[in-house]
Design a protein around this ligand. Structure first.
Ligand code: HMG
Length: 306
């Protein structure tokens, strides 16, 4: 199957990007980021997570963030929910989409959500049922699809097995997370193909971190399979609190620039996206790691001295 003519980008910056920030990011900065991403044309913006505030303090204000964002018609604002308690909080916050997150590595599952892979799938079953009863769409994640910080190699068969289980339970899509960004294109493509062959290309999404600078190449390899949903994080924000050394996701600006160049539609305005990235990184006191954002900033006319 060839490359799709439209790729749906899920910006995970407000959640995956910010969850590991050492200093608390104010609610206003998160709301401004989500609204700016919506205005830039993102069709889906992962806006927070209802997880234990002891485990991930940065996401403890998710309800406050959701109460203040400007929800745009046609834009989805999923949040992570690891268990029923998380889903109940998400329902109270009025969400229409959540994500459950499993792993293909036992060691990572224990560190990240304090249970085995099998226990996590058991825990997700009632979450899926309650979500369905409330008309809430459920996305699934599988972490460590190309390697684990604790266990090393991860068998592709395990990635396929967990992905199939998530779809069988009711996930409309499974996002394949290279949590520590160790993948390279041939391996990424073989893994994504093995999953897509079982659950369908239309249910397969790519979520690659850029730790080793391979994320864009890995995405391109996945696009060749016809996969048409890709996660990215504005300004390259991010890192996982339970994966030491994991850097940010593929930067959304870099992905949009590549797709624009390939003639693949995204519906995203690159300049507005880059402005959103500059605003949040300014609030965090640093520059975007996105190469495209840096290039655009270098090209921008200098302010007139005044
Ligand atoms: C899953 C748990 C809760 C298990 O944690 P646990 O300690 O086993 O849970 P518990 O059920 O025993 O509860 C312990 C305490 O947490 C509370 N609690 C329990 N659940 C919730 C909830 N939903 N919301 C708020 N509070 C909650 C619960 O009420 C209790 O409070 P206490 O009585 O001690 O005061 C914990 O391990 C956790 O929150 N983990 C989240 C870790 C996380 O968010 N990781 C980052 C996201 S995953 C990721 O980044 C990878 C991804 C998706 O991007 C893809 C990729 O790149 O690979």
């Amino acid at each position: 199957m060839g490359r799709a003519s439209y790729v749906r980008i899920v910006d995970v910056g407000p959640r995956d990007g910010l969850q590991n920030e050492p200093g608390l990011v104010p609610v206003e900065a998160k709301v401004a980021l989500i609204d700016a991403l919506g205005a830039a044309g993102l069709p889906a913006i992962e806006s927070g997570s209802f997880v234990s505030p002891k485990w991930v303090p940065q996401m403890a204000d998710t309800a406050a963030v959701l109460a203040r964002i400007q929800r745009r018609e046609g834009v989805r604002y999923p949040v992570l929910t690891p268990n029923l308690k998380g889903l109940e909080l998400a329902i109270t916050a009025g969400v229409s989409e959540v994500a459950v997150f499993a792993a293909a590595s036992e060691a990572f599952s224990l560190k990240n959500i304090n249970c085995t892979i099998a226990q996590s799938l058991q825990r997700f079953a009632p979450v899926m049922d309650l979500a369905r009863a409330n008309g809430i769409a459920v996305r699934g994640y599988v972490s460590c699809v190309l390697g684990c910080p604790y266990q090393g190699a991860v068998p592709v068969a395990k990635v396929v097995e967990v992905s199939e289980a998530l779809v069988a339970m009711g996930s409309y899509e499974v996002s394949l997370g290279d949590t520590i960004g160790v993948g390279t294109p041939d391996k990424a493509k073989a893994m994504a193909r093995a999953v897509a062959d079982q659950i369908g290309t239309d249910r397969t999404a790519l979520h690659f971190h850029d730790t080793y600078g391979q994320a864009l190449a890995n995405v391109l390899a996945g696009l060749e399979l016809g996969i048409a949903t890709v996660d990215a994080s504005v300004a390259g924000l991010g890192g996982c609190p339970y994966a030491k050394g994991a850097s940010g996701n593929l930067a959304t600006e870099d992905l949009v620039y590549m797709l624009d160049g390939l003639g693949v539609e995204t519906g995203i305005d690159l300049d507005r996206l880059a402005a959103a990235g500059r605003a949040i990184t300014a609030a965090l006191g640093r520059a975007p790691t996105s190469r495209v954002a840096q290039a655009l900033a270098a090209k921008a006319p200098a302010a007139t001295p005044g």
